[in-house]
Design a protein around this ligand. Structure first.
Ligand SMILES: C[S@@+](CC[C@H](N)C(=O)[O-])C[C@H]1O[C@@H](n2cnc3c(N)ncnc32)[C@H](O)[C@@H]1O
Length: 298
């Protein structure tokens, strides 16, 4: 499909809604230019149903783009003009990924925008939501590798008695996530800081729940990171983890080959898996799998 065809159909189907969701309209338009052709195709396919039955998708886009503009302290033109860093070499070196990718204004924004419609990101939220009822009042969470802070904010919004600490290696992520917690009015219950997941600044047995979603594959030694996470988890506490399988990328410094390898890692650090889901997703380079787990520290 050509952009002009997309634009014509998009505008005629959207009709008067364009006034209600200006960011959503611009976002979907610009994403076309950014090669996610297939995604917009699927949006067009669903549009009649979305417009007639529900406006969740537009509301969600609108809210997330508005959050991103606030967190990134920018306007919508600056957002669309933002350059995607593409200087990573094939060395897959932690310091290089950190300085050339995580420490950029783009990184938390790109990760945050995934929560509009990137299926694996939506599944992360769905998996966490599925288990909220297990967590007791006044639970103390720790979000390891919080990135844009979307999941930290999501957790804190569920229950006003919950608190969340979190670490990330990136100063840009810290700045972005702190602004997000502030915008969502949950920052009084959140304490985010810069640290490496392999060496956490917390005493043993501190947290009721640790969250390590799509972070352990970003270090060369996931077992070291997960063992450190278990150290700060109370006995009887829960670990919520997500790890991709067969998704080699320059910023992924460890590749898991099978779901069994992921399960073996949990067993090795002494976690007992309570719920384990695998989901297959498509991307241009081919299919890959994500795994989602809830485990207990016995
Ligand atoms: C794919 S993002 C995931 C963000 C978030 N957990 C989510 O699911 O929305 C991975 C995050 O891990 C962080 N990270 C990578 N290596 C790290 C390390 N050694 N210690 C702490 N954070 C790290 C990156 O800065 C990045 O924000």
């Amino acid at each position: 499909m050509l952009y002009t065809d997309f634009q014509k159909t998009f505008e005629s189907r959207l009709g008067t809604r364009a006034d209600l969701y200006p960011y959503a309209v611009e976002y979907h338009r610009v994403r076309f230019e950014q090669t996610i052709h297939h995604l917009l195709h699927s949006i067009l396919k669903q549009m009649d149903a979305l417009i007639q039955k529900s406006d969740v998708s537009w509301t969600n886009t609108e809210e997330i783009v508005s959050d991103v503009l606030y967190c990134g302290e920018m306007d919508v033109e600056q957002l669309f003009a933002l350059k995607i860093p593409d200087e990573l070499t094939a060395d897959r070196d932690f310091e290089e990924v950190k300085t050339k990718l995580y420490e950029t204004k783009y990184y938390p924004i790109g990760e945050h925008l995934n929560y509009i419609s990137f299926p694996p990101a939506l599944e992360r939220k769905a998996f966490i939501r599925k288990h909220f009822s297990r967590f007791k009042e006044e639970s103390n969470f720790c979000d390891l590798g919080f990135g844009p802070g979307v999941l930290t904010a999501f957790i804190l919004e569920q229950d006003t008695s919950w608190r969340a600490a979190g670490v990330d290696i990136s100063k840009d992520c810290l700045r972005h996530a702190e602004r997000l917690l502030n915008k969502k009015e949950v920052s009084e219950r959140g304490e985010l800081s810069i640290a490496d997941v392999r060496s956490l600044p917390y005493p043993d047995d501190t947290f009721d729940v640790i969250v390590a979603v799509e972070v352990l594959e970003h270090i060369p030694d996931p077992e070291v990171g997960l063992a450190e996470a278990v150290r700060v988890l109370k006995p009887g506490g829960y670990a919520m983890t997500a790890l991709p399988v067969q998704l080699p990328m320059l910023m992924h410094l460890y590749d898991f080959d099978t779901p069994d390898e992921v399960l073996a890692l949990y067993e090795k650090v002494g976690l007992e898996v309570v719920d384990f889901e695998t989901k297959e997703f498509q991307r241009q380079a081919g299919p890959f799998m994500d795994t989602f787990a809830l485990s207990v520290n016995p």
